[in-house]
Design a protein around this ligand. Structure first.
Ligand SMILES: Cc1ncc(COP(=O)(O)O)c(C=O)c1O
Length: 403
């Protein structure tokens, strides 16, 4: 038990010593998982999206970083990060080197942008279902989130509820629109309507495109902004987020970036404020930032290797789990499986741990129904096939028990 888990640990002599940030007691799934671990029972973690645990890390990355580390003895910090790194990003993605800010991760970039765009108590619009870390990141900056719904139609995929988004952004407290392109865990590329609605209200867009190159569908089928990037968009202030965590399957390198675009005056103002925030932290890792131009040369190979794994696993899931519905996925590292309402969501996850040795997230972690399971597609293919087989067997038994 850590100090913050101890009841009252942050309250000394009746006085509060820290802000309440919503730290909650572990839920039934986390408790059962801990009990099984304590009993020495190992689970296969089908939620794990850490690529370095699935044989997807390219050791050549460390050789490149090691070579550039020798150049990092002299430290020349700047709020945007080294110019050659930004020039390499501009060459790969477009825009000007001055449009890029390096940071430690896209998670950090979210935090910078929440403090840049919203006062405490204001809000940002976020996709529902969506990436669950956005809400706590906003909360750490005293910013609220307002969900805008997307809904699933089989087999074509996810559709934006444009009217609901318009209602959400009509609230003056909403200061920016977050769009995750493609979304995690739905795997849906963004609908052009998100950009239109934000632009019509003059609201900034935070476009998280860390999974953008991991495309599992084809061409225009990806829908939305014709499957195109939002970063670099000019009709409204736009902050494109990306980083090496997904592009090189290397979260431990701790380099991400923000690309700023949009109308000239707003961009200049936002750029000055971003400089101030970035200069306060100076969080960029110099050896990796110096290595970035060469590291980007490894990106396409990495994307091809990881995409081959994702596509193979998706095909395995479609074959092995075919009594249930694998939702259509266009991009990213996750898939969604719809199962019948066998039992309450936490109970189902616990039953899958106990009966199949599998750890699977219930959909409500992502604002999906409890009958939808979110599954990572990163596992090594043999492990993934075996896990799907165990999952299928357990679901079959649970369904028979219910009937
Ligand atoms: C949609 C999305 N954005 C951002 C991140 C965080 O990436 P980083 O490691 O750069 O903070 C993740 C991590 O899984 C993610 O799923």
């Amino acid at each position: 038990m850590s100090v913050v888990d101890q009841p009252g640990a942050l309250a000394g002599g009746g006085r509060r010593l820290a802000r309440r940030l919503g730290t909650e007691a572990p839920n039934a799934i986390a408790r059962r998982r801990a009990e099984l671990a304590a009993a020495g029972i190992e689970l296969t973690d089908l939620t794990d999206t850490n690529p370095t645990r699935h044989g997807l890390f390219d050791p050549a990355i460390l050789e490149v970083v090691a070579r550039h580390t020798l150049r990092a003895g002299r430290y020349d910090p700047g709020p945007r990060g080294p110019w050659p790194a930004r020039a390499a990003l501009a060459e790969r993605y477009g825009g000007d080197p001055e449009d890029y800010w390096l940071c430690a991760s896209t998670s950090e970039a979210y935090g910078w942008l929440f403090s840049l765009l919203a006062e405490p108590g204001e809000a940002v619009a976020v996709p529902r279902p969506g990436y669950p870390l956005v809400e706590p990141l906003a909360r750490l900056h005293s910013v609220a989130t307002r969900g805008y719904p997307t809904f699933y139609v089989h087999p074509s995929g996810w559709e934006l509820d444009r009217d609901s988004l318009a209602d959400v952004v009509a609230d003056k407290a909403v200061r920016a629109v977050v769009v995750v392109n493609p979304n995690n865990p739905t795997g849906a590329y963004a609908d052009a309507g998100v950009v239109d609605v934000a632009a019509a209200r003059g609201l900034p867009l935070i476009a998280d495109e860390v999974f953008f190159p991991y495309r599992l569908g084809v061409g225009d089928e990806a829908g939305g902004v014709a499957g195109g990037r939002i970063a670099g968009h000019e009709s409204t202030l736009t902050f494109g987020l990306d980083g090496l965590s997904k592009l090189l399957a290397a979260p431990q390198l701790k380099v991400g970036w923000i690309r700023l675009s949009g109308p000239r005056l707003a961009r200049a103002q936002a750029g000055r404020a971003l400089d101030e925030i970035a200069d306060t932290y100076l969080s960029v890792n110099a050896p990796v930032a110096l290595a970035l131009p060469e590291l980007l040369g490894l990106a396409d190979g990495c994307v091809a290797r990881v995409t081959a794994r994702l596509a193979a696993n998706l095909a395995i899931a479609q074959a092995v789990l075919n009594p249930w519905r694998v939702r259509t996925v266009y991009g990213g590292w996750m898939m969604l499986l719809d199962v019948p309402p066998l039992m309450e969501a936490d109970a189902l996850s616990v039953a899958l741990m106990e009966r199949a040795g599998l750890y699977v997230h219930p959909g409500y972690f992502y604002d999906l129904d409890g009958t939808t399971l979110a599954i990572s597609l990163l596992a090594e293919e043999g492990v993934f096939r075996e896990s799907c087989t165990r999952l299928a067997a357990a679901l079959t038994v649970l369904a028979a028990d219910r009937d």
